[in-house]
Design a protein around this ligand. Structure first.
Ligand SMILES: Cc1ncc(COP(=O)(O)O)c(C=O)c1O
Length: 442
């Protein structure tokens, strides 16, 4: 029988050396994201050190988001630990990749014409961090959605904006309310910042009021919500739900509210915001889904203190987002609005989502995805379903990286799934669920 030292390549005789050994195992791929590490007692026995030493090492690794504890007992490597880890193994060559959350490259605007007109102008240290053409576009778009635009900053994508706002307001150990299920990248980021995630249940209309109230009562310092194209669930906050949530938030005026509008104009729903009247707030709107992830730019609107702090902190580090990138983003954005390509992409994503939801409903399978690029399908057990679909040629994501307490599910990215392929995928999923497993229907 293999011993744990063979199964888990962790060495060390002090907390610091155990930490380094786990980091190396993750970096080298000997411990994969999601893989369990031994219990404190088992590792202490194996290494001949005290359980307190191992517990100290695990605490350090948890505070940095490298390890994550599920259900109070199972400790695993984080989904995307804050280390340079080996990339996930490639999918079999014939598998349809529905794992990535990426936009469909065929629906992204053509960069060529915009690249031709973005002039070869140098900028120098000390210039304004934001490019006026991009700020003007952002101001108009935010204002059209009823958002205050007195204070704006340009950041390097939605996650960069979220990280900066959290950094300037929160401290290690602070609690943050996150949607459950929610975006794995945000969950991993908050853990890497040493914050304590507090789960908030969601349904198709956004956060469930009683669950939000619970999180607020637990003393969260901040809430991070995705108002539309919620990833992985596809929820979009409705005006009715927002009306129920506002009084709950009003009772906690100091709580920082961040809204992550990562899919912006291709989300497939109008934005509904809870930010008006808040003392500390930020809305970050990314170009990544609408214009392409390589245009890693986002616009951040917020209250004066938040935006000034973010700009001040940005000045100490990267300074600004490249003006070349900002000018290109502004040009691509303006053209994509004018030539209708953003509208066409939004319509196509909606058709792909709807086709899969319809096909799954024909097999009586519960699924969620009213907006965005993903469909969330509750299942009894994730791994066998993911494996069963892979055996039939479909690569999908297990839900675990997106969940805190939420029940199991799989996430299917539909952005590149033509409507005509949806029935075959739904039939294969029904087959996997029906032949090998108990199903969750409804
Ligand atoms: C909810 C959510 N927020 C943020 C991001 C990342 O956005 P960005 O590339 O602008 O950092 C994603 C990417 O899929 C996402 O799903």
């Amino acid at each position: 029988m293999p011993t744990e030292s063979v199964q888990y390549p962790i060495a060390g005789d002090s907390a610091a050396t155990i930490v380094r050994s786990v980091e190396r195992a993750v970096t080298g791929g000997a411990l994969a994201p999601g893989e369990a590490v031994p219990s404190v007692r088992a590792l202490a026995r194996q290494l001949g050190v005290s359980p307190t030493t191992v517990a100290g090492a695990y605490r350090d690794l948890r505070q940095r988001g490298i390890l994550v504890t599920h259900d109070r007992s199972r400790t695993v490597v984080g989904h995307r630990p804050a280390l340079t880890s080996r990339l996930a193994p490639p999918l079999p060559p014939d598998a349809r990749d529905l794992t990535s959350g990426n936009p469909d490259p065929a629906l992204l605007p053509d960069l060529g014409p915009a690249l031709q007109v973005v002039g070869p102008v140098h900028r120098l240290y000390g210039d304004d961090p934001g490019v006026p053409a991009l700020l003007d576009l952002a101001r108009d778009a935010f204002a059209a959605d009823g958002l205050t635009t007195d204070h704006l900053a340009v950041v390097g994508g939605a996650l960069d904006g979220i990280e900066r706002v959290l950094e300037v307001h929160l401290r290690i150990g602070d609690r943050i309310g996150l949607e459950d299920p929610g975006y794995a990248g945000s969950l991993d980021l908050t853990r890497a910042l040493g914050l304590v995630p507090v789960p908030i249940e969601i349904d198709d209309q956004g956060p469930v009021p009683a669950s939000l109230a619970d999180a607020l009562d637990q003393g969260v310092e901040a809430l991070l919500l995705v108002p539309r194209a919620q990833n992985p669930y596809g929820a979009a906050l409705t005006a009715e739900r927002a009306a129920e949530l506002r009084p709950l938030l009003d009772a906690h005026p100091d709580v920082l509210l961040i809204e992550d509008d990562h899919a912006s104009s291709v989300a497939g729903a109008p934005v509904v915001t809870l930010t008006p009247g808040r003392q500390r707030w930020a809305v970050v709107r990314s170009a990544a889904k609408a214009l392409g992830p390589d245009l890693r730019v986002a616009l951040l609107a917020g209250d004066e203190d938040t935006v000034l702090r973010v700009l001040g902190r940005q000045r100490l580090g990267t300074g600004w987002v490249s003006h070349l990138l900002q000018r290109l983003t502004a040009e691509v954005w303006r053209r994509a609005v004018d030539d209708g390509s953003l509208t066409a992409a939004t319509v196509a994503y909606a058709a792909r989502r709807d086709a899969l939801l319809t096909a799954l409903a024909e097999h009586d399978l519960e699924a969620h995805g009213t907006t965005g690029m993903n469909v969330w399908v509750p299942v009894a057990e994730e791994v066998p379903v993911v494996q069963g679909l892979l055996a039939r040629g479909w690569a999908v994501q297990p839900g675990e990286p997106y969940r805190i307490d939420a029940p199991p599910a799989i996430r299917i990215t539909v952005s590149s799934l033509p409507p005509e392929d949806a029935p075959a995928l739904a039939a294969d999923l029904a087959d996997v669920l029906g032949t090998t497993l108990g199903t969750r229907r409804g």
